[in-house]
Each structure stands twice: as C-alpha cells, then as structure tokens.
Design a protein around this ligand. Structure first.
Ligand code: FAD
Length: 407
C-alpha cells in the first residue's frame, strides 16, 4: 500500500482561542426584485452550502446532482472540525470562519440534534499491534483500552467539534428547499453554453437546457472531467477508506476523537493519520487515506480496497475492546475521493474568461469544515460581486494562469 499522509496540515498550534462568532444574518439579504437564476452543479457539501447561502441571499437556485445529495466524500467523510489547525497557512481565515459558522448553523438547524454537531476533545496517540494492552494514562478515556501510548491532548471542546457529514449536508439542503424553494434535480451536467465570454445556460445529459445568470461548479474530484476546468487546472482524487461500526456498548464511548500513529505488526514505519471518531448517533467511524486513483464516472461505483477493509478492522480492535467484530456491528465499509489540487489549496472564484461561471473545489481533507464559509463566500461573490466574509484572492482559479484577480 502506498500511503500518503493526508491530514498533514500541521499539528494544531496552541493559540489564544477567540470566539468571534459570525452571525448567519450577515450573509442574508433582502429578497431580490428580479432574482438571479443560479445553477449550482454538484450536491456535495460545497455545492449544497453554496446553494443554501445563495438562497438565503434571495437568489433563485437550482442544484444539479448526478447521483444523490452527499453520495460521495461529503457523505462518507469523518466530519471532524477544527478551529485553529490550519493557522499559519492559506486556509486560516476560511477555516476559522467556517468553524464558527458551523456552530451558528448548529444552533439554527440542528434542533433535535438532527445531524450530530458536538464539541469534542481530540487526542493523538500511538498504537502498536505488537504491544498488547494499554499502559493506562489519565488522559486516555477508559474505552481506549487497547495498545495505546504517547497520548496527548491536541484539541479541546473549544477548538474541535464534529458533525455527521451526510446528515449535515442533507439538513442544509432540506432547509434550503423548505425555506427558500431551492430546486434539486438529479441529472448530470454535460457542458456549459458560453456566449461572448458569459455563461448563458447549462446542458444536462439528454440535452435538456437550463438557462442561468450564473453557474457554480462544485464537482469535487469530478471537476477535471469538465474540459472548461481541466484546461485551466488539475483536480485529482486521493482515495480514502472508512469503516463505520455500531458498538453494542456505545454508551461507554465518550466524545473523544483520536488521531493515531499506528504500527501494524512486523512493520517499523507507522501509518499516520488514521482517525477514530465516535459519533453521538452511537456509531464509531474510522478512516485512513490510500492512493491517488482514477475517479470512476459514477460515484456509486467507488469501492473499498480489500486490504484497507482488513486494516481498519484491525485498527478498531487494537484501539478498543468495544470495537472488535464480536461486539460491534459493521455498518459500512466504504471509500471515496478527496478532491486535491496541485498546490494543495482549494480553487474558489470566477473562472477566468467566462463571466458568471464560478468554481469551488479542491478542499482536500477539510471540505466538511470549510463548506459553510466557502458557500457563504461564493454566494456573496455571485450576488454582490465580492466576498466580505472571507478574502478569496488566495483561492482564485486565475492563480493557475499567473494572473491576479480581485475577489
Ligand atoms: C475518508 C474521508 C474522511 C474525511 N474526513 C473529513 C473530516 O473529518 N473533516 C473535513 O473537513 N473533511 C473531511 N474529508 C474531506 C471532505 O469530505 C471533502 O473535502 C468534501 O466532502 C468535498 O466536498 P465536495 O462537495 O467538493 O465534493 P463531493 O462530496 O465529492 O461532491 C461532488 C458531487 O458532485 C457530483 N457530480 C460530479 N460530477 C457531476 C456532474 N457532471 N453533474 C452533476 N453532479 C456531478 C457528485 O455526484 C458528487 O455528489 C474527508 C474525506 C474523506 C474521503
């Protein structure tokens, strides 16, 4: 297995945490007299967040998704959120804004805890299969009773949180449909019609045409399948695997997210960045990242590699006796693709040379965290012509042309 360190945006730095909550009302607008018709393509967390905030600002929004809302990475991700783990890098402002937006959204949308938002303690630890049982430390929760050592607290409930990503994405689109009449169509975007440098419509598989004043392309790892985008920059897919367990004794499992350095038996080099996330739904989610692979056209065709299935089951039982096969039902063994760019930075902004056409992709391992702020910023860009919630210049697709663009 060729393993790639994927969560590698640096270890969280200790910092003074400031809660400058971003009021969702600041992203809202009064209804437009002549609402802009916007077609958002892609029903992952990025497309759905964009559709939600566009609708809040009064746009007339249609979301096009070829398979099902949250059918890909946005439904199969961990859903881990961190306030300050991207500090010092290009994502700092986006991540901090989005972490706070997640909290505000949970107050507005997560009424009967519908999508499992909660604050967490996050621990890093080393697990070696050859070492047997744990040498208990005061920071280790009692359910982490496997071969764990070197435990450190790397996130507190003030700085780390989680959502169930599929439930979050669906809650957001449901609200946008119910409150703002957003239309969701299951259809495949085939191409865009561009006239005199401005987008005029999208053409769906089968030939149906939807007219639009603006189009947002949020196709995740499928972005490069559209020549309009692949002629400007590359988005490739990094395949990641996950295991979802339902432990019989889930009430003993506390809200602690684990980031593991894992030594399989007989191996000197560890696997890094294996993650374990207990969820308030009673599930425990485990994941790790594998290789760059060709992304199949149909998201439903993405399957876990057998060696990853076996590895994640071993990790589960070596971390906790509550997660062994005999006491925890396997709910899902799945895989999906992180959308990655060549410079590791998302691409968010107007497509150079095509007025009214915007792109938002390349969120790598932080798309669930950064979905809300990306959506709010793109909504501002489309409706107001500029984003005030997050400076988008750093993310502009024009960077691949060596152009500078005002966002
Ligand atoms: C195992 C794993 C764990 C992760 N854990 C976390 C985490 O804990 N925290 C975090 O912040 N991030 C995490 N991520 C990253 C996060 O999941 C992604 O960055 C994010 O989901 C990307 O969202 P997206 O909307 O860009 O793409 P996607 O979710 O891939 O959505 C793209 C959508 O576009 C649709 N589409 C494609 N082509 C067309 C077309 N032609 N017409 C219409 N629709 C089309 C697809 O069907 C799909 O639904 C994880 C990812 C993985 C794989």
């Amino acid at each position: 297995m060729n393993l790639v360190a994927w969560w590698g945006v640096g270890t969280p730095r200790s910092s003074t945490v400031q809660f400058h909550r971003v009021p969702i009302s600041s992203a809202k607008g009064s209804p437009m007299a002549d609402p802009k018709r916007v077609v958002v393509c892609g029903g992952g967390v990025i497309g759905v967040s964009t559709a939600y905030f566009l609708a809040e600002k009064g746009a007339d929004v249609t979301l096009i998704e070829k398979s099902d809302v949250a059918c890909a990475a946005s439904g199969k991700a961990g859903g881990f959120l961190a306030l300050d783990w991207c500090d010092g890098g290009p994502l700092e402002e986006l991540a901090r804004t989005s972490f706070n937006l997640h909290r505000s959204l949970s107050e507005e949308l997560d009424g009967p805890r519908s999508y499992g938002y909660r604050a967490l303690t996050t621990l890093s630890l080393t697990v070696a299969e050859s070492e047997g049982s744990s040498s208990a430390t005061s920071t280790l929760p009692s359910w982490v009773n496997g071969a764990a050592r070197s435990c450190k607290t790397i996130g507190t409930p003030e700085t780390t949180a989680q959502v169930h990503p599929r439930l979050f994405t669906r809650a957001l689109i449901d609200r946008a449909v119910e409150k703002h009449g957003v239309k969701v169509e299951i259809a495949k975007l085939e191409r865009l019609e561009v006239e005199e440098g401005r987008v005029g419509s999208v053409v769906l598989e089968g030939g149906r045409v939807l007219e639009a004043d603006a189009v947002v392309l949020a196709l995740g790892p499928w972005s490069s399948k559209l020549v309009l985008l692949s002629s400007l920059f590359r988005v490739y897919g990094l395949k990641a695997h996950s295991l979802v367990l339902e432990p019989r004794e889930h009430s003993s499992i506390t809200p602690h997210a684990l980031s593991l350095t894992y030594y399989p038996s007989g191996r000197e080099t560890p696997l890094v960045d294996l993650e374990v996330y207990p969820r308030p739904t009673g599930e425990v989610y485990l994941c790790g990242v594998g290789e760059v692979e060709e992304v199949p056209d149909d998201p439903e065709e993405i399957r876990s590699n057998p060696e990853w299935k076996e590895l994640l089951r071993r990790v589960a039982k070596n971390v906790s006796s509550y997660l062994g096969e005999e006491v925890a039902r396997v709910k899902a063994e799945q895989a999906c693709f992180l959308p990655c760019t060549d410079d590791g930075v998302p691409v968010i902004g107007e497509v150079p040379g095509v007025k009214g056409c915007y792109v938002a992709t390349g969120h790598n391992c932080w798309g669930i965290l950064n979905g809300p702020a990306t959506g709010a910023a793109v909504a501002e860009l489309v409706v107001d012509g500029h984003s005030s919630i997050v400076a988008l210049k750093r993310f502009s697709p024009a960077r691949f042309l060596g152009l500078s663009r005002k966002a």
